[in-house]
Write a protein that binds this ligand. Structure first.
Ligand code: SF4
Length: 109
């Protein structure tokens, strides 16, 4: 029932992912018939892209090419209180998960 409702209200669209870039057909967009509920259209929002921190290697981490502990900022300049990238912002992010649950041999201060 939930999936049926999602496909009634949204259509698949291209989406830009932080650290990765645009992936065709990887996101959802509100269908025109529900445009009155689309906050971007209703409030005429023009969201500027947020520049990513050049020192953050989140793209490589999200693609599985590197692990958070391979980032030179992990646990030092970048931590959950002062995140430099999306994977450290969210508690489910790979960098935050490594920070909280990896063994104590990793640098955390
Ligand atoms: S530890 Fe921080 S700076 Fe490094 S990849 Fe993760 S979020 Fe980016």
């Amino acid at each position: 029932m939930a999936q049926k409702t999602i496909y009634e209200v949204f259509e698949i669209s291209d989406r830009t992912w932080r650290g990765i870039g645009e992936i065709p057909e990887s996101g959802y967009e509100v269908k025109n018939e529900y445009a009155r509920f689309n906050a971007r259209k209703k409030f005429n929002l023009n969201l500027e892209p947020v520049p990513e921190n050049a020192e953050c290697i989140s793209g490589a981490i999200m693609k599985g090419l590197k692990k958070p502990i391979q980032c030179p900022n992990f646990g030092t300049q970048c931590n959950p209180e002062h995140p430099m990238g999306a994977p450290m912002v969210s508690s489910e992010g790979s960098c935050a998960a490594y920070y909280h649950y990896a063994n104590n041999n990793l640098v955390k201060s």
